[in-house]
Design a protein around this ligand. Structure first.
Ligand SMILES: NC(=O)c1ccc[n+]([C@@H]2O[C@H](COP(=O)([O-])OP(=O)(O)OC[C@H]3O[C@@H](n4cnc5c(N)ncnc54)[C@H](OP(=O)(O)O)[C@@H]3O)[C@@H](O)[C@H]2O)c1
Length: 347
């Protein structure tokens, strides 16, 4: 697999367009690229990094001759078409939640569990955006000091809910400026019965509610984290919240390490040397991560490291990353890059 025939399904979406951008920017060894979306978009032209591409309709035949297929068109489309792509010889990298918790499908963050990639049987799952930035930031801490418990609250951007949610925040901001009536049709969940304004608001619901009282987004963070770390008994609890920010998810994290003698400087030291992590933590200069400055960046930013004064093992962290890049498109492209390396070394 030295030159790769690639397809992107959901190529007109918030994540799909970033996958194409990253493939071009990182000079992924492309032989050909096919952009797929719904029937509505077939024939439409899009321009990315100065190159023009024509969108085709996604259907089973579109996967003939494809080596790697990036799926980013929603879980139902992945359930319908991923196996069709695999049947035709493609490896699927799936950005949706369709296969993440299937036991023998690897759920991969290259900085954390690259080895899992070698076990794939045609489908590789890309984790939830909030999970990726959390586990990548925690991995160096977990490796050095052990990990017992995570309590996380997220502050998630609207682009996490796709292009329609970005449009909704922008139009509601205009409606507020002109004192027009606010129209809410997408958030907190497009498929839900009730919608709330996101402009100048905070919504403590992402995705639908489960009967446990948690939302599906919260359960994704909890279950995916255990699977990626290979720690089924890790204690993880999440509260996921939507904010009027266009791009960049933030997370306030409380963690308990195994080791009782860890200091803030110890945590700083492991984070400073960690892959994909940038430490931004200096209270003298008011330096800490913020989504406005993480947008468009590949790295995960960590700051506000504090030791719990009442618990020797407890620490607080603040983690920020671009949800469309490391949280989705970049992680998928990194998986594809590693896949090509592995397959080329076998050839
Ligand atoms: N946004 C994030 O931060 C993020 C992060 C991780 C994972 N994800 C997951 O990635 C997926 C896409 O998210 P997104 O934010 O990019 O959504 P989006 O902006 O709403 O884009 C959806 C894409 O799916 C395509 N699509 C819809 N119906 C289709 C059909 N019947 N056949 C083929 N293509 C179809 C759309 O094409 P048309 O333009 O033709 O409608 C569009 O390209 C979702 O499952 C989401 O949960 C998103």
């Amino acid at each position: 697999m030295s030159k790769v025939n690639v397809a992107i399904i959901g190529a007109t979406g918030a994540v799909g367009t970033k996958i194409l951008e990253k493939l071009l920017e990182r000079k992924f060894p492309l032989n050909s690229i096919k952009l797929l979306a719904s029937k509505r978009s077939a024939g439409k032209e899009i321009e990315i990094s100065g190159q023009k591409f024509t969108i085709e309709e996604a259907n089973p035949e579109a996967f003939e001759g494809i080596d790697i297929a990036f799926f980013s068109a929603g879980g139902n489309i992945s359930e319908m078409l991923a196996e069709e792509a695999v049947k035709r010889g493609a490896v699927v990298i799936d950005n949706t939640s369709a296969f993440r918790m299937v036991e023998d499908i690897p759920l991969v963050v290259p900085e954390v569990n690259l080895d899992a990639l070698r076990q794939h049987k045609g489908i590789i799952a890309n984790p939830n955006c909030s999970t990726i930035q959390m586990v990548a930031a925690l991995e160096p801490i977990r490796e050095k000091f052990g990990l017992k418990r995570i309590v996380v609250s997220t502050y998630q951007a609207v682009s996490g809910a796709g292009v329609e949610a970005i449009d909704e925040l922008e139009s509601q901001s205009d409606q507020l400026q002109s004192r027009a009536e606010i129209e809410a049709q997408i958030l907190p969940s497009a498929a839900g019965k009730k919608h709330y304004p996101i402009a100048f608001n905070v919504i403590p619901q992402i995705d639908a509610f489960d009967e446990s009282g948690y939302t599906l987004e919260e359960l994704k963070m909890m279950n995916e984290t255990k699977k990626i770390f290979g720690m089924p008994n890790l204690q993880v609890s999440a509260t996921c919240v939507r904010l009027p920010v266009v791009t960049g998810h933030s997370e306030s994290l409380y963690l308990e390490v195994e080791d009782e003698n860890v200091t803030v400087e110890d945590i700083h030291e492991v984070l400073r040397g960690a892959e994909s992590i940038v430490l931004q933590d200096d209270i003298q200069t008011q330096t800490y991560p913020m989504p406005l400055f993480a947008e468009g960046k590949d790295e995960i930013f960590v700051g506000r490291v504090r030791k719990d004064p009442d618990h020797a093992n407890g620490f607080h962290l603040w983690i920020v990353a671009d949800n469309l890049l490391k949280g989705a498109a970049l992680n998928s492209v990194q998986i594809a890059e590693r896949l090509v390396e592995i397959e080329t070394s076998i050839d």
